[in-house]
Write a protein that binds this ligand. Structure first.
Ligand code: CTP
Length: 418
C-alpha cells in the first residue's frame, strides 16, 4: 500500500475483538492489529495462554494503544468478557489453531477468548493456521465444518504456501493479514442495495501495440478502478474487473480479467454487459490506436523517421450502456482540463451515464498517478464537489451514490407496479 492507512469506513470507529491463539503465525497478527487500528477500529486483543508463548501483550498494546486481555480469572477479565462480547462489531480469530477450532466447535468456555465468543452476537471470522497434515485431519475438518455450517462463523483460509515445518503442499498457512482486513471490512459493511448485485468495473490503462516491444499507453495506475471493485465487493456486490496492465495488488474477492488493448476490453465488456446491473467505466481507454496491425518483428532503426497514423478506437462505454440490464446504473469518469461540470454533463448525455465522476487533470493531489483525487459527482440535475480524498474513500462516496440510484430505481419500479 503506497499511502498510509487513515481512518475510513467501514472500519472507522468499530469495535473489533481480535483473538490470537498459539501458533507460529501469531506474529502476523501484530500487523493485522496495527492495520485495523490505523483504519480507525478499536481493537481489543485477547491472547490465549498458548499465544503468549509466541507474542507478548506488550507488543499488541503498543500497536493498538489499548489494554490486552489474557486471563478470564482476573477481576478485570471476568467482567470484560461479557462487555467485549456484547460491544463487538466483529470477532476475528487469527491464527485459529486446531485446538481452538475444537474448543469453538464444542462451545467450550474455558478461557477468555472462547467465553467472549459465546457472548458475542456479531459476525465471527476464523482464520485457521496449522501444519498442513493437521488441517487435513478429518476431525479438524469436521470441527471447521461445524463452525461454518452450524454456528455461522466465516472461515477464511488456510492458504497454501511455506509453513514453519511441513511439506507445505497442502493448505495450512495463515491468510495474509491484509486479506483478513479486507474480509473484516466486508463483515462490518451493512447489507445494502448492492448486496448480491452483479457489477462490472473497467480499470487501468490500455496499451496499443506498435510492434512486439513498443506500445502507446497512458499514466493510469488502475488504483481508482481497483478501489471501486474492492469497495463494491465489501458491500456484497458480485464484482468483475476488466483491467488493462497494472502492477497494483489485485482487489480481494473480485474476478479480475486482464487484457491489453481497447479492442480486447471492448470485447470483454460487450460479452458481460447483459448480465450486470451496475457498470462503472473507470478505465483510461486509448482513444486512438496505430492504423496498422502491430508488426511481428521489432522495428529496427533504419535511418528514416517513423510516421504512425492513428485510427479511432471503439467507445466502450457508449457502445455497452444500451445493453445494460433494465434498471441498471452506468457510471463514467471524465478527466478534464477546463469547464469541468459542463464537459462532464455533456459526456453523461452523449454516452448514457447516470453519474459522471469528473476530475481536473494536471492538478496536485488529483488524477492518474496520485493516491488521492478531487472529484465532482455530476448527474443530470446536480454537481457535488468533494474535497481531496484518498481514492479508496472516493470509491465509497461513488458507491453511496450508486446505491442511491439503485434504490430510486427500485422505488420507481414498485410505484409503477402498484
Ligand atoms: N471511455 C470508454 N471508451 C473509450 C473512451 C472512453 O469507455 N474509448 C469511457 C471512460 O472509461 C470514461 C468515459 O468514457 O468513463 C469518459 O472518458 P474520456 O476519455 O474522458 O472521454 P472521451 O469520450 O474520450 O472524451 P475526450 O477524451 O474527448 O475528453
Amino acid at each position: 500500500m503506497s499511502t498510509p492507512d487513515s481512518p475510513r469506513p467501514p472500519w472507522d470507529g468499530r469495535r473489533i475483538v481480535l483473538g490470537v491463539t498459539g501458533g507460529i503465525a501469531a506474529y502476523k497478527s501484530i500487523h493485522l492489529a496495527r492495520r485495523l487500528t490505523r483504519l480507525g477500529a478499536e481493537v481489543d486483543v485477547v491472547l490465549t495462554r498458548a499465544a503468549e508463548r509466541f507474542v507478548t501483550p506488550l507488543t499488541f498494546e503498543g500497536v493498538t494503544g489499548r489494554a490486552v486481555l489474557t486471563d478470564l480469572f482476573s477481576v478485570e477479565g471476568a467482567a470484560r468478557h461479557i462487555l467485549l462480547g456484547r460491544e463487538a462489531d466483529a470477532v476475528c480469530v487469527a491464527p485459529a489453531t486446531a485446538d481452538f477450532l475444537a474448543r469453538a466447535a464444542q462451545g467450550r468456555a474455558d478461557d477468555l477468548l472462547t467465553t467472549t465468543l459465546l457472548v458475542a452476537r456479531a459476525p465471527v471470522l476464523l482464520c485457521p493456521a496449522m501444519n498442513d497434515r493437521m488441517w487435513a485431519h478429518p476431525q479438524v475438518q469436521a470441527n471447521a465444518d461445524h463452525c461454518r455450517a452450524a454456528l455461522g462463523y466465516e472461515l477464511l483460509g488456510p492458504d497454501t504456501g511455506p509453513l514453519a515445518v511441513g511439506e507445505a503442499d497442502g493448505p495450512g498457512r495463515l491468510v495474509e493479514p491484509d486479506v483478513v482486513v479486507d474480509h473484516l471490512g466486508r463483515l462490518l459493511s451493512p447489507a445494502g442495495p448492492l448486496d448480491g448485485v452483479p457489477l462490472l468495473v473497467t480499470s487501468g490503462p490500455t496499451r496499443e501495440a506498435l510492434d512486439p516491444v513498443r506500445y502507446l499507453g497512458n499514466r493510469s495506475s488502475g488504483r481508482m478502478g481497483f478501489a471501486l471493485a474492492e469497495a463494491a465487493w465489501r458491500r456484497g456486490a458480485r464484482v468483475t474487473v476488466v483491467s488493462g496492465p497494472t502492477n497494483r495488488p489485485e482487489p480481494t474477492g473480485v474476478e479480475v480479467v486482464r487484457l491489453e488493448s481497447a479492442r480486447e476490453m471492448a470485447r470483454e465488456v460487450e460479452a458481460r454487459i447483459g448480465q450486470v446491473r451496475v457498470a462503472i467505466f473507470a478505465a483510461a481507454v486509448a482513444d486512438y490506436r496505430p492504423a496498422l496491425e502491430p508488426t511481428s518483428n521489432k522495428r529496427k532503426r533504419d535511418g528514416n523517421d517513423w510516421t504512425v497514423e492513428f485510427v479511432q478506437n471503439p467507445d466502450i462505454a457508449a457502445t455497452a450502456i444500451p445493453g445494460l440490464a433494465d434498471g441498471g446504473v452506468a457510471v463514467g469518469f471524465a478527466l478534464e482540463t477546463e469547464d469541468l461540470v459542463d464537459h462532464a454533463r455533456e459526456k453523461l448525455r452523449r454516452k448514457g451515464f447516470d453519474l459522471v465522476v469528473a476530475n481536473p487533470a494536471n492538478e496536485e493531489g488529483a488524477g492518474f498517478e496520485a493516491p488521492t483525487n478531487r472529484v465532482t459527482l455530476v448527474t443530470e440535475g446536480e454537481a457535488e464537489a468533494l474535497p481531496t480524498l484518498p481514492k479508496e474513500e472516493v470509491a465509497e462516496r461513488i458507491l453511496d451514490r450508486v446505491e442511491g440510484l439503485l434504490e430510486a430505481r427500485a422505488h420507481a419500479d414498485s410505484a409503477a407496479d402498484s
